[in-house]
Design a binder for this molecule. Sequence first.
Ligand code: P71
Length: 532
Amino acid sequence: MCRRSLFPQLLKRTIKPNGGAADRRSIFLWGQDDLHFARVNVEQAAYIGSAQPADSIRRSNEMSPNTLLTIGQQFSRRSWAEPWKIKMVEPLHMSSREEREKALHKAGFNTFLLRSDDVYIDLLTDSGTGAMSDRQWAGMMLGDEAYAGSRNFYHLESAVQKFYGYKYIVPTHQGRGAEHLISKVAIKPGQYVPGNMYFTTTRLHQELAGGIFVDVIIDEAHDPQILHPFKGNIDLDKLETLIKREGADNIAYVSVAGTVNMAGGQPVSMANIKDLRDLTKRHGIKLFLDATRMVENAFFIQEREDGYADKSIAEILREFCGYSDAAWMSAKKDSLVNIGGWLAVNDEEMFEELRNLVVVYEGLHTYGGLAGRDLEAMAIGIAESVQDEHIQSRIGQVRYLGELLTTWNIPIVHPVGGHAIFLDAKAFYPQLEQIKFPAQTLAAELYLDSGIRSMERGIASAGRNAETGDHNYPKLELTRLTIPRRVYTQAHMDVVAESVRAVYENRDQTRGLKMVHEPKYLRFFQARFERL
Ligand code: P71
């Protein structure tokens, strides 16, 4: 490996982030490795992120060429480590290639249909797959399983009020339960719901309620190679054009996701949400937040945005949520639980409606389809999730994998986002047309190579156009290596990186897949494929 390539040369490219006054005063300078950046603002040149001052590069270069360096040293920064130690372990099954061939055929080349027992390192999702702390497990023993008024609900309510800042809380069994209720209450058939890219379940519930989803994310988000510090930002011009064309009364609400999952876990800046708040207020339109990975979003604001370096993650989270009217949450991500979610609003009338509807679809308004113990684990998980050292090591681990793959010139989405590495399957397999499911193919090949399970986020996930019946052809054709929280070690990440590299080296031999079974809703979960 060429050591020189490990030291990013700053000033390779410059980009001017758009989307808000604070952003406009900064220019980001990205390193040649596409991972590290410096931010220079108008008042002073300031290095942030993991960009390194020249003298530390010199010091590393003075070491003997044979010195074994940690990854931190290679990037001229101090290494991070997890703020916890391991108390209990779960053995993993390591299968043979022959076993994996059989399992993959049985699963119709769809990683959702594999049995977990046949998987070695499971990077299908970070949803509900995290490890709970000893405190959370202790909290489970304090579950108050009363049908009504469980004390654990009040703990959850206080935690959401304290850390997210909303007034009224409705628990739900998970994120899509909350999406279902809020879509039913807030969307009139035929109304538009603009959002920063789509998420599968979010959009489906909006559409089932009669809404018309419109993507108003900045263009940069649709290009896996463009470097932008806040690729999740809403394009205010696109939104304003929609409002002018359709009229504010025909917009149900603006739906903003903190760190945009389908764009690669890309954050939204504080400047953008502030400007968005002003714009929507002027037109009398409500602003709702998908807070599922909002803690991760707060990390990027702390790292990249003027004026936030000295603010805590908790402070940034509270401020960001303060610009919205309501939020929904899949607590299975940021909040470190295996099941759970909630809806939160500031408007009392809307709360009354939601509180009434939750009893129809989820359960009484003090349990929302969850056990008391689940509510307690969530309340404790929320407090743990906003600790600065937790989120630094969580995103540090994702970046570590990104650093390895980038150094080996394997095409991934840049900049690396919060919860996953997204392999750019179009660039990986340039010989495959999108209808041959390159991202699904890559997920299958990775599983065959090493038993690593990943998830397709491309044409299979994008479904069909409701009017024409044709496939949607999304610009991004990605295979997601999603990192569960507090579960795998750095050595696991090494194994993953080496497997991706092995599949990359064999990429020319791959011919793609065809879909042979296609379910009506969210087809990617249960679709079946065959080799071409
Ligand atoms: C993820 C998931 C889980 C998932 C959902 C659908 C297909 C495949 C995997 C769930 C999210 C999410 C965002 C931003 C709402 C939900 C729904 N993500 N918003 O990424 O990422 O939450 O799963 O608790 O119902 O693997 P839910």
